[in-house]
Design a protein around this ligand. Structure first.
Ligand code: B4P
Ligand code: MG
Length: 281
């Protein structure tokens, strides 16, 4: 397909998106993110996403998880509010500025009910991991009054489009365009040279930063948390996406300085803390 001119995401994008905070700021200014995930045996993904939300400056984080993961998640991070979901999430959704659904979600009946509830919610949703896989499996579409952000890797993109990972990789820009159009969404396509596109924006972006240090379990969960944190701080959606992708990529580069091969997803958290304050660089 026709390749558009892509803008390269660089530090100046980030500097403009993350000004220093007002001296009189309070946590209500920075938004409440609800991470929905952490199914049985997969508490870690929700923890990493939630920690990235905290380190990138959202005011409050709640984790909505399976009852079997509640204790582990609460013990991992005292700043989390943790809710074991046994029936409805509608009360929690009503208190959220941004929802992330997917990290460690799984594809059980429990997970499906959560995806159906979030797909019906009028708000800003970051779809990742099994959230994306279940959207595809259940053939759900965005309601008119919500904003959806999709963060697939090429495997998830293939499932969203009913095609193979190889077909996605063959023409990454085309695949991303299809996802934005099908879901009337803002989206990125992960992998070296992450692409960003928004249904409301005529051009797209590419990120040439990053490192193979990011090719490790959980690094995608961290990215979904970074995106949500910036959305909660009320960045316009395309700005939040490009800024998050750059922060995550450069955090990967910084973490890799201590040893690329052994870098793990939680190593991204402190570099993210530093990078998300450009006034202090
Ligand atoms: P899952 O098993 O679903 O992996 P996951 O739980 O989503 O892992 P995680 O959340 O940590 O990583 P994610 O990819 O979300 O799927 C893995 C399978 O999907 C693979 O076995 C493969 O089949 C397919 N797949 C995934 N990525 C692929 C790719 N790039 N090409 C072809 N097939 C792929 O997030 C990882 C993060 O790290 C992203 O932000 C990504 O951009 C970044 N990253 C990874 N490697 C990088 C690199 N070399 N350079 C720069 N950034 C990199
Ligand atoms: Mg992932």
């Amino acid at each position: 397909s026709q390749q558009p001119v892509l803008e390269v995401i660089d530090a100046s994008t980030v500097v403009h998106s993350l000004p220093a905070r007002a001296k009189t700021a309070h946590k209500g200014d920075f938004g409440h993110v609800v991470v929905i995930g952490g199914g049985p045996g997969m508490s870690g993904a929700a923890i990493l996403a939630g920690q990235a939300v905290l380190r990138c400056g959202a005011g409050k984080v709640s984790i909505a998880c399976h009852p079997t993961s509640q204790l582990a998640i609460a013990a991992a991070q005292p700043e989390f509010m943790v809710h074991a979901v046994t029936d409805s999430v509608s009360l929690l959704l009503s208190k959220a500025d941004v929802v992330v659904i997917g990290p460690g979600l799984g594809q059980s009946e429990w997970a499906q009910q959560l995806v159906i509830a979030v797909a019906d919610w009028d708000g800003t949703v970051v779809w990742d991991a099994d959230g994306l896989n279940l959207l595809a499996a259940l053939a759900l579409l965005k309601p008119a009054n919500s904003e959806w952000v999709m963060t697939p890797h090429p495997g998830e993109a293939g499932r969203l489009l009913g095609t193979s990972t190889a077909a996605v990789e063959q023409d990454r820009w085309h695949a991303l365009t299809q996802i934005c159009q099908n879901f009337q969404a803002h989206a990125l396509l992960k992998g070296a040279g992450t692409l960003v596109q928004s249904v409301t924006h005529p051009t797209g972006w590419v990120c040439r930063r990053g490192s193979p240090a990011l090719a490790t379990g959980g690094s995608g969960d961290v990215l979904s948390g970074v995106v949500a944190a910036l959305l909660a701080q009320r960045l316009p959606i395309p700005d939040a996406l490009v800024t998050a992708v750059w922060l995550h990529a450069v955090a990967g580069e910084l973490a890799s300085c201590d040893g690329e091969r052994g870098t793990i997803a939680s190593d991204l958290l402190l570099p993210l803390r530093q990078l998300s304050n450009p006034a202090q660089w």
